[in-house]
Design a protein around this ligand. Structure first.
Ligand code: MN3
Length: 198
């Protein structure tokens, strides 16, 4: 079965005023959809056709001759994961085991936020900021273009898209304002906690 564009886990206007319907219509309906279409076209008739998204990513990671497949497959995965990491009335602080783990590995929630903001702000050009589990330890990372933790043996817990298409319609060049809003108003900590527990 061909790869499908997953529905958003909320309505197109659910994240307003922080992320507009206009942004989600383009970002999900055009950008994310195009990655799915491109991936299906690239794998059609090859040994990758019918493989899961994760298996496809792992099969071509590091293979320069398959960069197009990697980029589109990874972008499909990254966006599906990004949507789930946000919710209406999100943000605030995590609780329970996740909060304790953040305190232990970062020295507190404020230190986590500072590192996450810095990763997003300093990713030059297009890419992603991540909270990952790396050999049992929480870490903040950033990746360029489509690159993702799965290709580096890390488990993704949360991601923030810092490609300009993620924020430009709502924030123009003010990427730091988008990042602050993502943390304060949008993060779905229940999703992050479930990923940590899985
Ligand atoms: Mn994007």
């Amino acid at each position: 079965m061909a790869h499908q564009l997953p529905a958003l886990p909320y309505s197109l206007d659910a994240l307003e005023p922080h992320i507009s319907r206009n942004t989600l219509e383009f970002h999900h309906g055009k950008h994310h959809a195009a990655y799915v279409t491109n991936l299906n076209n690239l794998v059609a008739g090859t040994e990758l056709e019918g493989k899961s998204l994760e298996d496809t990513i792992l099969a071509v990671a590091g293979d320069a001759s398959k960069a197009g497949v990697f980029n589109n497959a990874a972008q499909v995965w990254n966006h599906t994961f990004y949507w789930q990491g946000m919710k209406p009335e999100g943000g605030g602080a995590p609780s329970g085991d996740l909060a304790a783990k953040i305190d232990a590995d970062f020295g507190g929630f404020d230190a986590f936020k500072d590192q996450f903001k810095s990763a997003g702000a300093t990713q030059f050009g297009s890419g992603w900021a991540w909270l990952v589990l790396d050999n049992g330890t929480l870490k903040i990372t950033k990746t360029g273009n489509a690159d993702l933790p799965l290709a580096h043996g890390q488990k993704a817990l949360l991601t923030m898209d810092v490609w300009e298409h993620a924020y430009y319609l709502d924030y123009q060049n003010r990427r730091p304002d988008y990042i602050t809003t993502f943390l304060d108003k949008l993060v779905n900590w229940d999703f992050v906690a479930a990923n940590l527990a899985a």
